[in-house]
Design a protein around this ligand. Structure first.
Ligand code: GTP
Ligand code: MG
Ligand code: ZN
Length: 291
């Protein structure tokens, strides 16, 4: 009997698969995967063939929608990009870069403001103003404010968390899934304890979807992005009039459709300033791509 399932954990050459019938089976991959250079990855949709009770063979990996490499996980639907309303102060440029990285992988970015119990009004204001083109969430892992809305947002989806250290990613995961017991704390405490605990990324079935237990996605797309691909990462640009020049990078070109969005308020100054920095970087990379 074959059945579809979600690969939720891999240990050595064994893979735990949550089958459509709701059972978790331990499976071993077909030898052919190795020859084909395929590595079963957490998040994969797979076909398993049931053998004896609780055991199965992993026969097929269904096509992936995307693949994150650090940590390795396939088919992520959304990335919660966490910033803190208290300490540490938000690194808005990192947030914008992670939004681009997510969109490039067809992952929906969701900016999340944590520590609203500890809020500086200014940060909450900037967050609300500059990211209103996105679905966002304001939460506190400590008071649990907003946690139910966060849960709703995760229903039926595969979710990962990302963001600077100490913004509260592990705390949020613990607030959602107390069984996780993830280590939390300030930076100095963490480095004292060392961070060489080898762990395998694992998906936790959650609200009909799953959440990755290992926050830490910090990888950016470093290759070249064409200007139109970068434009597509900015929902604010959707309403812009066409620019006079094709490939306009919206910085100093005449008759640019994007710049008027600043005056109309559809695009915030902060987002635009950081956009300019990012766009110039990609322009530089495109120029030197064959060096
Ligand atoms: N006031 C307040 N503090 C919080 C909140 N969430 C987390 N913290 C504190 O922030 C510190 C860092 O939290 P972690 O959950 O370890 O942060 P992290 O994002 O997982 O950090 P890394 O694992 O280093 O990437 C801890 O001391 C938490 O207790 C919150 O909502 N409010
Ligand atoms: Mg953590
Ligand atoms: Zn333009």
């Amino acid at each position: 009997m074959t059945e579809r399932g979600l690969l939720i954990k891999g240990v050595g050459s064994f893979y735990e698969v949550l089958t459509e019938s709701g059972e978790t089976v331990t499976s071993k991959a077909r030898g052919a995967f190795r020859r084909e250079g395929l590595v079963p990855t957490v998040g994969d949709h797979v076909i398993v063939e049931r053998k004896e009770q609780g055991y199965a063979q992993l026969c097929e990996i269904l096509p992936r929608r995307n693949l994150m490499v650090r940590p390795p996980v396939a088919n992520v639907d959304q990335l919660l990009i966490v910033v803190s309303a208290g300490v540490p102060e938000p690194d808005w440029l990192l947030l914008d870069r992670l939004i681009i990285a997510a969109k490039r992988m067809r992952i929906v970015p969701v900016p999340v403001l944590n520590k609203i119990d500890d809020a500086s009004g200014q940060i909450a204001k900037t967050f609300a103003e500059e990211y209103r083109a996105f679905d966002t969430l304001s939460v506190s892992a400590v008071t649990r404010e907003g946690i139910d809305r966060l849960k709703d947002m995760m229903r039926g989806k595969v979710t990962c968390l990302a963001g600077q250290s100490a913004v509260g990613k592990s705390s949020l995961l613990n607030a959602l899934i107390p069984d996780l017991h993830l280590e939390t704390g300030d930076l100095s405490r963490k480095t004292e304890r060392g961070r060489h605990t080898t762990r395998h990324a694992e998906l936790w079935p959650f609200e009909g979807g799953a959440v990755l237990d290992t926050p830490g996605f910090s990888m950016f797309e470093t290759d070249c992005l064409e200007q139109d691909e970068l434009d597509a990462c900015y929902p604010e640009f959707a309403d812009a009039a066409p620019c006079r020049f094709p490939g306009c990078i919206h910085i100093s070109e005449p008759d640019c459709g994007v710049k008027p969005l600043l005056a109309s308020g559809a695009l915030s100054e902060g987002r635009y300033e950081r956009y300019c920095e990012i766009a110039q970087e990609y322009q530089y990379r495109r120029k030197h791509r064959y060096d």
